[in-house]
Every structure is written in C-alpha cells, then in structure tokens.
Design a protein around this ligand. Structure first.
Ligand SMILES: [Zn+2]
Length: 225
C-alpha cells in the first residue's frame, strides 16, 4: 500500500522552472522572449501581458461596482462578476506557474533597458554636442538647434528641422525619465498603500515615456528618408 508520504513530491522539484534564467530582452516574469513589450515599466512577454490585462480588467470591473477585491472566494452576486473572478483567478494561476524561480535583479533589468532608450536618442543627437548633464540637456538641444554645425551632417537631411525637433523632444523625454527614476528610487523602499499608488503612477509615467521614445524613433526614421 502506498502511503500519503511517498506521494508527496519533495519541495524544490515540484516545478521545472528552476533552470530558466532571465536574459536581457526576455520577459522579467517568466523569461519567455515571445512578443516582449514594456508593460508597467517592465519587459513582459505576450502571454504574461494578456494575463495581467485580464486581472487588471477584473480589478477595474470590481472597483467600478464597489465589489469585494479579487482573491479569496469566487462567491459573486451575478454571472458577470463570477466570470471576472474565475478568469482572473485562472490568469493569476497561469502567471504563478510560469514565474521564474529567481526573478531578475531590477537593477540589471533597468540597465538592460537604458541602452535601448538611450540609443534611440543618441542616434537623433548626432548633430548635438549637448552636455550630458541631465538638467541642461533640454537647453543644450535648443542651442544645438540654432547652432547646428558641420559636424552634424550625418543627421542633417532636407527634413533637418523635423529631426531637430525630434531630437529636442527625445532629450526632454530622457530628462523626464531621469526625474521619474529619481522619484521611483525615493519611494522604492516605502511600504503602504500611498507609496504603492505612487510607484504605480510613476511606473505608468515611465511606460508612457518609453512608448513616446519608440514613436519618436519611428518618426525620426521616416523623417530621414
Ligand atoms: Zn512572461
């Protein structure tokens, strides 16, 4: 006869995920590299983003009607509420299942992201000899616009004005990003609802900046053609 003890799988071998490691460019949650995009300030794969969105949708729905938050029982007043709770629970389970055994160091993730954002702007800044001091970057870009020199010829085309505009906006965005980063660092170690709300707000701002940088880069490429 088999007793219950022998059926127990020893802790640590219950998942096959221990071997998966995060690498730059992969989803910070599960390490997958399919359809990775920024989501709440983190690179996340398509599957993860979908699940997060389901949970977010459920949160919004429950919040909108002042219903009990997610978690705990699935007990619901009607079918729609129940459906949200069930799909959110399944999404959460899926996320828990794919979670990396050891999440990447946030500092490493940031480092992997920064060059990408910086590269976008660096390419648009060929003409500029802007100082790298963050505070003066915007002003420097404005100066660069009026004193564009021969050194900048690589970036100069018939649409030079557009490019300058794009460059100035890119630099301003990087300034903004530094400021958001600084504020994030300030609340990083704080707990409590207010700090969490602040963090989430800052992370949203950062995601917006990243998206705008991406859009700028597209604009820059088409302006150069
Ligand atoms: Zn993922």
């Amino acid at each position: 006869m088999i007793d219950a003890q022998t059926l127990d799988v020893p802790a640590g071998t219950t998942t096959m995920q221990t071997a998966r490691r995060w690498v730059p460019g992969a989803c910070v949650w599960c390490g997958d590299d399919v359809a990775v995009e920024m989501y709440r300030n983190e690179p996340r794969c398509g599957t993860c983003r979908e699940n997060e969105e389901i949970i977010e949708g459920a949160r919004r729905f429950l919040g909108m009607y002042g219903l009990r938050p997610l978690g705990g029982t699935l007990q619901s007043d009607d079918e729609e509420e129940r459906e949200w709770r069930v799909t959110a629970r399944d999404a959460r389970a899926a996320l828990n299942q794919t979670k990396l055994a050891s999440p990447p160091d946030p500092a490493l993730v940031r480092k992997a992201l920064r060059p990408r954002a910086a590269a976008v702007v660096a390419e648009t800044v060929v003409a500029s000899r802007a100082s790298t001091a963050t505070g003066s970057a915007t002003r420097a870009a404005a100066t660069a616009r009026t004193t564009r020199s021969a050194a900048g010829q690589a970036a100069v085309s018939s649409d030079a004005v557009d490019l300058d505009e794009i460059q100035a906006r890119g630099l301003a965005l990087l300034d903004q990003m530094s400021s958001v980063d600084a504020q994030l660092a300030q609340v990083a170690d704080q707990s409590g609802l207010a700090a969490r709300a602040r963090r989430s707000d800052l992370e949203k701002q950062k995601a917006t900046i990243m998206r705008t940088l991406g859009a700028l880069e597209k604009a820059r490429q088409s302006a150069q053609r």
